[in-house]
Design a protein around this ligand. Structure first.
Ligand code: C2E
Ligand code: CA
Ligand code: CA
Length: 646
């Protein structure tokens, strides 16, 4: 008894007395201090043993229940611990049985659904769902119990939830199945995703929509287009992609004149109008800057002609919607746009191709003038492919020497050669001969024109150098693109080239078109002044087509006006006078520069020009453009060896 602490000792002593006197069994839990000082939890039992009617012996056991207690205690703590976790979760955790009755719910139930856990337990779980989910819930549950098939088990799923107040809100539900004491149960974890949804929508809006017009943006267009292409390519029958690009005419100018806020309002209005004009599978997007795009978000039946006319009508309707005057701040604005569309066989299309075709179509539409509507049909698609091939072959052509020069001599009134114009030729390995009329404008869309221009200058210098070596001094006129001459390094490059070949600047005549002159007059003038000081000569090509004004022509270092072939063509046997030709020649005289006529094809034209005072002559009547060797022979045998200008 000395090993029991007082409490236990007291209880056991009392019970022991009872066994002895009354024969009553006992079972006590208490403590025991071992000899080594460790305290154990014990269970002490006692039973009587009789001799006759008298208790003569008591037997019993002392059981060490320390470990058992420890386990029990942790189990209790663990359950409490879990409950605490569950109650503090931001998610609702709810258990239901196979009939759909809620067995447990954590405290979060009240913050998310508005029900206290006690209130909800025993209710059918469909109380937490709006219709039609609530209506079909028991069916779903039964179906699952019968078949074991359910879409919802194991995965998080977005669903609507129903608050006690009747408010419907978005939730994410994950379900798992457990077996508890032989009973199937379902544990549902419910997240309130109202905030997340809001944030996602916000992000989605900024990422996929344009602020100004509230239309889907370029990124949406890219995604939708990729999807349609994908969809179309997985079908067997011929399907088309329909796409349309609407590019405002002169909008930069518009913004500059009226201010950005007016421009913005106009764009927003046009966006709305286009949106109102389309329906069905068609969708409108705000493109980059002043662009809109329309896409058929479903592939179009390639065989169906009826679609075609619907689409055609649509494009004219959009055209009408755009040109209808727009009022902004008491001012009425009238704008136009180039509308170019394409219908491509989906199997031949790609994202790049669609974009390429659209911008190709846009360029063509712009060339037709403001407010043009244009459709890229199959023939135009071939043009586009050719254009695309050309765009991508310039660098290779330069490396593989696919370009060469032809030279067309120019003459004075005494039929003496005074110089030659260098004209580039391209023998393309796949496309054959390509006219500069076709490829130069394409090269001018990129810096390819710079490389080509420098190549031409170098070739011309090489030819002049060869002639000098043979004792012949002559001059070559080279065509310089506007994009080339405005380059900051143009003067330096051309100077380096002539120095490399040991030539003087006056052996080159730089032909720039009048259109180049008027398009960026300030920059071009600056470059021309500098080059003029360095000793280069300028000829204004295609004169009469570009509306240049006399006042600035006077200030430029020009030595020649070139009468365009188009005007020379006007000189024929039936008409007596061609006023424009006369005035160009007079203008040249007034500016004290020389005049040269190109495209002379007969004696009559030559005589007319000579009599009106034109000084130099070029054209098939004198000589066709000659290949290098024929040209050199021609020049070497010509009488005039010194260029005499001014
Ligand atoms: P351009 O500078 O006005 O060249 C005159 C064009 O008229 C040349 O066509 C020439 O071959 C052609 N021509 C000459 N005489 C006659 C004639 O009597 N009758 C007719 N019908 N045509 C004649 P080409 O060589 O096809 O060049 C066309 C245009 O391509 C040139 O017009 C020029 O703008 C551009 N180009 C040609 N070579 C170059 C170049 O090296 N660099 C640049 N930037 N452009 C070039
Ligand atoms: Ca020319
Ligand atoms: Ca010309």
């Amino acid at each position: 008894m000395a090993y029991f602490p007082p409490e236990t000792k007291k209880a056991i002593t009392a019970s022991f007395d009872k066994v002895v006197r009354e024969g009553k069994e006992y079972c006590h839990e208490g403590f025991l201090r071992r000899a080594d000082g460790k305290v154990l939890r014990i269970k002490a039992t006692g039973k009587p043993r009789y001799t006759g009617k008298k208790v003569t012996q008591v037997f019993g056991a002392l059981e060490d229940i320390t470990e058992q207690y420890r386990l029990l205690e942790t189990e209790y703590n663990y359950a409490a611990y879990l409950t605490a976790i569950l109650d503090n979760l931001n998610d609702v955790v709810v258990t239901i049985d196979t009939s759909g009755t809620i067995i447990t719910a954590n405290k979060t139930m009240s913050t998310i659904f508005g029900y206290e856990p006690d209130e909800i337990m025993g209710q059918d779980v469909s109380i937490l769902m709006p219709d039609p989910y609530a209506k079909y819930h028991s069916e779903f549950l039964n179906h699952y119990l019968e078949t074991g098939r359910a879409k919802i088990i194991g995965v998080g799923r977005e669903l609507p939830g129903l608050h006690k107040s009747g408010r419907v809100f978005p939730i994410e539900l994950s379900l798992s199945e457990v077996v508890q004491e032989g009973q199937r149960q379902f544990i549902g974890i419910v997240k309130d995703i109202t905030e997340r949804k809001k944030a996602m929508e916000e992000i989605y809006k900024t990422a996929y929509f344009d602020d100004l017009t509230e239309l889907p943006n370029m990124r949406s267009f890219e995604i939708d287009l990729a999807r349609v292409l994908n969809q179309a390519s997985s079908q067997f029958n011929a399907l088309d992609i329909y796409c349309c690009l609407i590019d405002m005419d002169n909008f930069t100018q518009y913004n500059l004149s009226f201010g950005k806020h007016v421009g913005d309002k106009i764009l927003a209005t046009i966006g709305q109008r286009i949106n109102a004009a389309i329906d069905g599978d068609l969708k409108v997007y705000r493109g980059i800057g002043d662009n809109f795009l329309i896409l058929s978000t479903a592939p179009v039946d390639g065989e169906n002609r009826e679609n075609e006319s619907i689409i055609n009508t649509l494009e004219w309707e959009i055209h009408k919607a755009i040109v209808t005057p727009i009022a902004v701040d008491d001012l009425i604005h009238s704008v136009t746009a180039a509308i170019s569309s394409c219908r491509l066989e989906a199997s031949k299309a790609s994202y790049e191709k669609v974009n390429g075709v659209l911008s190709f179509g846009k360029k063509r539409a712009k060339k037709q003038g403001p407010g043009s509507v244009l459709t890229i049909d199959n023939a135009a698609f071939e043009d586009y492919n050719r254009y695309n091939t050309i765009t991508h072959s310039f660098q290779r052509a330069l490396q593989n020497n696919e370009f060469y020069l032809m030279l067309q001599p120019q003459f004075n009134a005494s039929n003496e050669v005074i110089g030659s114009e260098a004209l580039i030729r391209w023998e393309h390995p796949e496309l054959g001969m390509i006219s500069p009329v076709e490829f130069i404008p394409v090269a001018e869309e990129s810096d390819a024109i710079i490389d080509i221009g420098n190549w031409v200058i170098n070739e011309a210098c090489r030819l002049l150098h060869d002639c000098e070596q043979l004792g012949k001094h002559t001059r070559i006129a080279v065509n310089i693109s506007g994009r080339h001459i405005v380059r900051a390094d143009f003067a330096e490059t051309i100077t380096q080239l002539i120095e490399k070949w040991g030539l003087a600047p006056d052996t080159l005549m730089l032909e720039i078109t009048e259109t180049t002159l008027v398009s960026s007059i300030d920059l071009v003038r600056e470059r021309m002044d500098k080059l003029g000081e360095l000793g280069f000569f300028f000829s204004i090509d295609d004169f009469g087509t570009g509306y240049s004004s006399l006042s600035y022509l006077k200030e430029l270092p020009i030595s020649e006006l070139k009468i365009d072939r188009y005007f020379v063509d006007e000189i024929n046997f039936h008409d007596d006078e061609v006023p424009i030709v006369n005035s160009i020649i007079d203008l040249a005289h007034a500016l004290s520069v020389s005049s040269v006529a190109e495209g002379i094809e007969n004696e009559f034209q030559k005589e007319y020009l000579r009599q009106r005072g034109c000084e130099y002559f070029q054209g098939y009547f004198y000589s066709r453009p000659l290949p290098e060797k024929a040209w050199r022979d021609f020049i070497m045998n010509s009488s005039l060896s010194k260029v005499d200008l001014d």
